[in-house]
Design a protein around this ligand. Sequence first.
Ligand code: SF4
Length: 393
Amino acid sequence: MLATCDIDGQSANLLDIKCLLIGNGMRYPQRVYEAVSAWAQLEPPSNPYSCSCIILPGEIAVHLTINDTSAFALDLDDNGQVCLLHNGMRLTEVSFPLATTYYDQLTSQGRPFGSIAVLEGKSLMAFFYMWPCEYIRTKETCEFCFQVRADMAGFNLPSPSDEEVAEIIGWGIEHAGVKQVQLTAGTKFIGRDECQRYARLLGAIDRIVGLDKIPAEIYCYVTAPKEPALVDQILDAGANRVAHDLHVWDRKLHARISPGHARHVGRDGQLRALEHIADKYGPNRAFSSFVAGIEPLDSMLQGAEYLASRGIVPAFSVWMPPAGSTHAEHRPPSLDYYSQALREFACLYRRHGLNPPGIAAGSHVSICHDVYRHADDVLGESQAEKGWEYVNA
Ligand code: SF4
């Protein structure tokens, strides 16, 4: 049963709290780090760009975004346990993934594992930028893309070889409890090249590690190719799922925040490829993420319903306003926005028999698998009825 808390007079469950924490960040004093650093996978507050998380009861991982002005704060209770506070009121206890030596490791080519993939939660390994995004050349990069910003700022993110990717996955399964692998890279203008690159990479992982050694699943975020059938080679090479992200449903907003995607692929191109996968491979093999908080809720839910009714999983990440973005003044949405979004997604998963990607205590910013695991609590009896009304509308 998901615990509920009082937030400014409103009842909020721990998935609502996850959304609020990602959108608003939390205070993170040094004393919290010192209390748990001997055993927890956690970076100190002096490293605000780290990929650290907290784990809320119910195996809910939440990205630790540091914000010294947030109403939320981590602190120690009278027993020395870490807890989460809101305006000084204790909400719940908090835990962390166990420390590993993952971030001390180098690939055989001498590159730090952490510059190529991060560990999220207790068992997700996320590769974040395996090759550069070609939209940089035409200045059409997405507004929210951290990797491209780091690349353009001269951080010189490495492009690992297939063998290095396999090496990192193999180490992670054996020594860090990795159960699920997420592959992400920059967009290539020629969709055929991107699909071939992924298929070749999956072949190398299978040869060196064995795809069947990944306990949960491996999935790839791919730019939809103009000929949808090109993506077959990725699924045929062993990917459990493929994502073509829409980010938002509103076409004008899409063109503003993802100009490259909007011009070269477009929403129709993404949908064509998603529908091709669902038609050929069946439900639950294609998914597409929305970023909750960027567009009005009705618009996002319209898109989610369109996908779900076709066997494509609408996934749901929470928008994290990045410092320096042109959206920095944009306030994160309200508790009501998140609560309704969570209920409507839970209802869509139930109604259409969908099983979103993810794992317990996994992704820091995606919440779709948390919703799926806690659907009974999110829906409740009367809310389930409300959800059915929405879907039937
Ligand atoms: S296409 Fe992908 S890699 Fe390129 S800017 Fe957009 S999100 Fe980043």
